[in-house]
Design a protein around this ligand. Structure first.
Ligand SMILES: Cc1ncc(C[n+]2csc(CCOP(=O)(O)OP(=O)(O)O)c2C)c(N)n1
Ligand SMILES: [Mg+2]
Length: 371
């Protein structure tokens, strides 16, 4: 079998090396103030702490499940901070860093994984759609939404752009490929942000694609770019450029953020069964947070006081997350019927009444136990 592409070293946009050195890239001129760089560091540290706490809460039985973002902080914070307030994002289920940038309170994220809500937050308020578990489907939702933006005329320099997040595994889904094609032929203002974390549960990247993921965009007729997903500067610069392109009528871009899932797929998974620990060690050296810390230190942009301050903030966040998680109220059982349909109808009323009778059949619990 001939294969001309799979073994070439693909170009990777990198602005910050694992050693914390700044690089220039001809296509992505980049300048950042000390304040902004410190802000990105703080975001990443706080999001990592939130994630660590959530894993621990699951282990303690407070959450049913958690999907850790460990290792993917730069891809998410870089792209999340590239969004303007009015832009719309469509996440999968691991985008806690993006949710952080969209100011979704951490407890709202925990609600779904605790099983006390079917959603969590108001997508319009936060400009972040609800988490999507059905792999790749949000790429179509984002494309449809972007076509709506186009039809509303909300385009141009000050217009709205849309971003869809999904993983390497999702690129094998029909929905994702349909979204690519639909976005391309309609020139929709959408950015496809693929976090290639090298694994789809236990399936490695080579089971998803014969060519580097970003190159698949060419077949659909739009640009694709591979960015170092552990480099927050590059993730920010590349996403910002793609969003601006979408806004200005240049249509979709596929960004492949080359990164690594440092943890398990979810708390239900044990990666030691299918991947070598040497792989993990190699990626630890590319850690997104330590390279930004190295940059801040080398440039004299932050000292001990700053780092200790962020650490103290992380401790406070951890304490808050643990408390708020335990305080999340259980929903009244009959609420399950409330937001299934926009309008009530007789079949739903019948089901609700039947469930209310069932609840009332328990000793000491009336239908008011439901509502
Ligand atoms: C349509 C569909 N098929 C299968 C699954 C089961 N499933 C859940 S996560 C996952 C792997 C997804 O991998 P990837 O897209 O790389 O995202 P990652 O979990 O690595 O962030 C699969 C197959 C699902 N949720 N939806
Ligand atoms: Mg993956």
């Amino acid at each position: 079998m001939s294969d001309n592409t799979a073994h070439e070293e693909p170009e990777l946009v990198q602005l910050l090396t694992p050693e914390g050195e700044l690089r220039t890239h001809p296509d992505y001129p980049f300048e950042i103030s000390g304040e902004e760089a410190r802000g990105l560091y703080r975001d990443m540290v706080l999001v990592r702490r939130f994630d660590t706490e959530a894993v621990a809460l699951q282990r303690q039985g407070e959450l049913g499940l958690w999907a850790s973002l460990l290792g993917q902080e730069a891809a998410q914070i870089g792209s999340g901070r590239a969004l303007r307030d009015g832009d719309m994002a469509f996440p999968s289920y691991r985008e806690h860093g993006v949710a952080w940038c969209r100011e979704v309170p951490p407890r709202e994220l925990l609600g779904m994984f605790r099983g006390v809500t079917n959603g969590g937050w108001d997508p319009n308020e936060h400009r972040l759609h609800l988490y999507t578990i059905v792999i790749g489907s949000q790429a179509l939702h984002a494309t449809g939404y972007a076509m709506g933006v186009q039809r509303d005329g909300a385009v141009g320099e000050d217009g709205e752009a849309v971003i869809a997040y999904f993983g390497d595994g999702a690129t094998s889904q029909g929905d994702t490929n349909e979204a690519f094609n639909y976005a391309a032929v309609n020139n929709a203002p959408v950015v496809f942000f693929c976090q290639n974390n090298q694994w789809a549960i236990s399936e490695p990247l080579e089971r998803q694609s014969r060519v580097p993921i970003y190159r698949r965009a060419a077949g659909f007729g739009f640009p694709g770019v591979r960015v170092d997903g552990n480099d927050v500067f590059a993730s920010l610069a590349v996403t910002r450029a793609a969003l601006d392109g979408a806004r200005e009528g240049q249509g979709p871009t596929l960004i492949e953020a080359f990164t690594y899932r440092m943890g398990a797929h979810t708390t239900n998974d044990d990666p030691s069964r299918y991947r070598a620990s040497a792989e993990l060690e190699e990626w630890k050296r590319k850690d997104p947070i330590s390279r930004l810390r190295a940059y801040l230190e080398k440039q004299g942009l932050a000292g001990e006081e700053f780092f200790a301050g962020v650490e103290a903030e992380a401790d406070a966040l951890g304490e808050r997350v643990r408390r708020e998680c335990r305080e999340l109220p259980d929903p009244a059982p009959l609420e399950i019927f409330d937001e299934v349909y926009a309008e009530p109808h007789t079949e739903l009323d019948r089901q609700r009444a039947e469930f209310a009778d069932y609840l009332a059949s328990f000793e000491g619990a009336g239908a008011e136990g439901g509502r």
